[in-house]
Write a protein that binds this ligand. Structure first.
Ligand code: SER
Length: 316
């Protein structure tokens, strides 16, 4: 039986992916770790331990002691926050993935998953229907670290035959654990403010179109990629994933259908520049061809569930 380690299990992706993996592999076989306390359902449904991916010695001991065969390494500093502390963020984002890859090589792990991002693209990339293979000149520390990480993933695959798999996630929208410090996170914050105050001040402009995905589609895609036959995978850097694309004005209009007096105002900050450097939509035909990726949620369906779940969470 596979033993899976999730690093960053208390984060936006980890808090949901850990539970999905436990449903498949059994609670006791999925080891959740983070540098902060995890949500109650993670603590109650299987092992959880505080663990810092930056501490290579502790990490390797953990992997050996628990006979880990797969690692999902999700911990990272996101785009907006990384701009405030560039060198520290580079260190955290790079050191973590390099530790995991090298442990994978040393121990002979079966599989590793690591998330990349649309942030690996930059202002010189074609913005509409951005191809899998294209110009990549990211201008954010987060994007530079994700692009470097992709190159290292492919390097370990080619050189050591390590089975590393990765997805370039679009902006991820979810209600369970709040996202922190990302450029796409306006599309999460807006739901909290819509429910609480029927208004939202957006840090991007009304026409800042970005690719986005509702968390259930991201979790399904991740599991699908990890379960795909290795022989079908032609990309060992990271797969483009499209999801849905919309701008703040369109999202606000969708929210208005449920909350008619909802008002959005715009006060773009430094993240507007980041958004302008990223794709507006993504071509994910390679992922569709290689492992049949597909999505369930469009803007209307996502908005409906987000509003209901956020209201429940806030007791409204
Ligand atoms: N959601 C991320 C961010 O905005 C992009 O990967 O930082």
């Amino acid at each position: 039986m596979d033993k899976i380690l999730v690093i960053g299990a208390a984060g936006q992706i980890g808090s949901e992916l850990t539970l999905a993996l436990r449903n498949i592999y059994g609670g006791e076989n999925v080891f959740a770790t983070d540098i902060k306390q995890a949500p109650q359902d993670i603590i109650e449904s299987g092992p959880f331990q505080i663990l810092d991916v930056m501490n290579e010695k502790n990490l390797i001991h953990f992997v050996i002691r628990n006979k880990i065969t797969q690692i999902y390494h999700l911990a990272a500093v996101l785009s907006g926050n990384a701009e405030k502390l560039p060198l520290q963020s580079w260190e955290i984002n790079m050191h973590g993935i390099l530790n995991v890859l090298d442990i994978g090589r040393e121990i002979g792990l079966k599989k590793i998953f690591w998330p990349s991002s649309i942030a690996i693209f930059g202002p010189t990339t074609p913005r509409v229907n951005t191809p899998q293979l294209t110009v990549m000149e990211p201008t954010t520390v987060y994007g530079i670290s994700k692009l470097a990480g992709e190159r290292w993933c492919e390097y370990y695959f080619r050189k050591y035959n390590l089975d590393v798999r990765s997805i370039r996630y679009p902006g991820l929208i979810s209600y369970k654990t709040e996202a922190g410090g990302g450029t796409t996170d306006y599309a999460v914050e807006i739901f909290y403010d819509a429910v609480k105050t029927h208004s939202y001040e957006c840090f991007l402009k009304e026409d800042a179109r970005l690719p986005m995905m509702f968390m259930p589609d991201a979790i399904d895609s991740t599991i699908k990629l990890m379960e795909a036959d290795a022989a079908n995978l032609t990309i060992r850097s990271s797969y483009n994933l499209g999801g849905i694309d919309f701008d703040p004005k369109e999202l606000a209009a969708e929210i208005k259908k449920h909350i008619p007096d909802f008002k959005i105002t715009y006060a773009p900050d430094f993240r507007q520049k980041i958004a302008e450097s990223w794709p507006a939509s993504i071509d994910d035909s390679t992922a569709k061809k290689d492992w049949n990726c597909s999505y369930t949620y469009d803007l209307a369906k996502m908005t409906d569930v987000m509003l209901k779940e956020t209201a429940k969470k806030l007791g409204k």
